[in-house]
Design a protein around this ligand. Structure first.
Ligand code: HEM
Ligand code: HEM
Length: 179
């Protein structure tokens, strides 16, 4: 029987799946709330969910990066070609970067546009950027472009994970199991 590669630690696995589930909710929420055929109450609810879950995600992504800095990823299976390992590492770095870019551009577009982020207002955190339509438009444009790149990278990531799990069966999918 093939020897399974070492797994990620439980904390890393829990953080991975909490963030993944949140992102899988954030993307459709963002796309639906900016669509044209949507009633005002649903739109308001989705904006409320999207903005506030988004800022909470910042804490989770930072916690993940801090944990990752202290606990490096376990080694990949020995037989994996170097180019595949390099692609995996590059894709993971891009996913972390894109998550931060999405959260920061979302925050800036809302705050520079003069809109509330209810959770932050409730704890008394004032806007950290000045009110500016130019800045809000710039951040909103970046948020929109980065979301396309994020969706492509997530699709590649999930396809690679399924390839490892179904075709190669080399334990790479197993090492990030949520339980
Ligand atoms: C991982 C985090 C995030 C993801 C994956 C995400 C995803 C998206 C997507 C797919 C859209 C629709 C496309 C678009 O028009 O840009 C969108 C729109 C939007 N998002 Fe996010 N978002 C995230 C974080 C945030 C945060 C933290 C905020 C604000 C605090 C925010 C505020 C907005 C707003 C206001 C829009 C409407 C369009 C705009 O003004 O840019 N997002 N988001
Ligand atoms: C069905 C969805 C998903 C599956 C099956 C999945 C699977 C995996 C697997 C198996 C690994 C470990 C890869 C390795 O050992 O080298 C991993 C790592 C990772 N995943 Fe996912 N993933 C999913 C969704 C997501 C989403 C939505 C994101 C973020 C947008 C994400 C971000 C990451 C990151 C950043 C790593 C690297 C972890 C590290 O080394 O620090 N994943 N994922």
């Amino acid at each position: 029987m093939a020897v399974l590669p070492q797994s990620y630690r439980p904390t890393a696995r829990i953080l991975h799946w909490v963030v993944a589930v949140a992102v899988f909710a954030m993307v459709p929420a963002g796309l639906v709330m900016t669509g044209s055929n949507i009633g005002r109450p649903l739109q308001d609810a989705l904006f409320l969910f999207h903005k506030n879950t988004g800022v909470l995600l910042l804490l989770l992504v930072l916690a993940r990066l801090a944990y990752r800095a202290r606990h490096p990823a376990p080694p990949l299976p020995a037989g994996m070609p170097a180019w595949q390992a390099a692609l995996a590492i590059g894709n993971h770095a891009a996913l972390y970067t894109l998550l931060l870019v999405m959260i920061l551009t979302g925050y800036v577009s809302v705050r520079a546009g003069g809109y509330p982020v209810e959770l932050l207002d409730a704890i008394g955190l004032p806007p950290l950027v000045p009110r500016s339509d130019a800045l809000a438009n710039l951040a909103s444009g970046l948020h929109d472009s980065a979301k396309t790149v994020l969706i492509v990278f997530i699709a590649l990531h999930v396809a690679a994970a399924l390839y490892h799990g179904i075709v190669r069966r080399d334990g790479v999918l197993w090492r990030m199991r949520p339980w």
